[in-house]
Design a protein. Sequence first.
Length: 116
Amino acid sequence: MQKKKLTLVIVSLLVVVLSVSLAWFTTQIIGKGKDVSVTSANLQIVFTDSDGALTETDIEPGWSATKTFTIKNDTKTEYKYNIVIKDLLNTFVTEGYLQYKITSTNNGYNMTEFKD
């Protein structure tokens, strides 16, 4: 009985270690600085209009810019995903005035409650 429990524990640990290793080695980040493409085994985020950085000068109220990216799925499997903007650097003198909106061009979710 004790031998069966030990075998079960060892097999379980082996499955966990192999799963974590597979996840670690199938995810890769390609690029440098702001030119980044994040890739997993199945999904890829690619900026299609430039490197994703905004380096504008003389910005005045009402100014806007657009960055275009795609979520690429090279498999036949359907995935759901969330887009989270992290580490957004706002260097404006008055904080809180930087706004962003994410919209979809293929009937995906749009930030409809966002007011311009």
